[in-house]
Write a protein that binds this ligand. Sequence first.
Ligand code: NAP
Length: 268
Amino acid sequence: MEYITLNNGLKMPIVGTGTNTYGKENNEYNGALTNEIPELVSALELGYRSIDAAIIYRNEELVGRVLAQSTVPREELFITTKVPGNEVYISSKKATRAAIDNSLKNFQTDYLDLLLIHFPIEDKVQLKNTWEVFEEYYEAGKLKAIGVSNFGKNHLDELKEFAKVKPAVNQIQVNLKEPNKDLLAVLKDEGITPVAWGPMKAEAHQKEVLDEIGKAYKKSGAQVLLKYQIQRGIIVIPKSHKRENQASNLDLFDFILSAEDIEKIENL
Ligand SMILES: NC(=O)c1ccc[n+]([C@@H]2O[C@H](COP(=O)([O-])OP(=O)(O)OC[C@H]3O[C@@H](n4cnc5c(N)ncnc54)[C@H](OP(=O)(O)O)[C@@H]3O)[C@@H](O)[C@H]2O)c1
């Protein structure tokens, strides 16, 4: 595994696993919760240590139980979760503290590695209150890093007006359908690490080119796509319900894409 050092010195695995459809009937985002997550068990067996969760995925407690029951020590895990912008979680500082306390309980832990604001909060007072609670828990050591998700430049600028702690990451969509290049450049300037959600998404004609490029490296198109992301310093959190795909999504560290291939992908 390779790591990226975040702007506060914390090391985050460059590949993690998403969880948004884990532990749900038919692997559907809105599916009823089941009582088990074999995919998470297999991800841990394969070596995944970074787990991307969120309160709105409804499965935090189940994900937390699988992690707690595994043989992987807590200090080896990198647990991310996200507070949504719904009134129930951000209407007051008390509500945000209750949300974080509940996530800590769900993960059966006394600290989270990374907590994110899931979506921009348009109300400035609520945004400030929420971030101040994040900072409070960060200063107390209950959050090792704090960040945001789906924030554009305007949202980052708003946060800058009062933030004492700079966001460590911005989790945004980055893939061949949505390259998000301007925002990636902003994040680079600001020293905020991008984490790509939906990193596997590509059009059929793009997948054909990725497969073709992969032949020379004996890698699949999916592996080429993930490597393209991490080689640019972007953390990825692909999600798969299949063990073989989970394994292949981790098998990215024995090849380097050439400058020509990177350019080919850039131009897709
Ligand atoms: N912050 C946000 O707002 C936000 C939004 C969306 C997602 N997320 C996070 O990001 C994570 C990943 O995003 P995502 O789940 O939307 O999309 P994704 O990881 O880009 O794609 C998942 C799809 O790719 C397939 N796949 C995975 N590995 C593959 C491989 N090696 N070869 C071929 N197909 C492969 C999976 O199918 P199989 O199961 O068949 O392998 C699945 O259908 C989520 O789980 C969630 O934790 C965050």
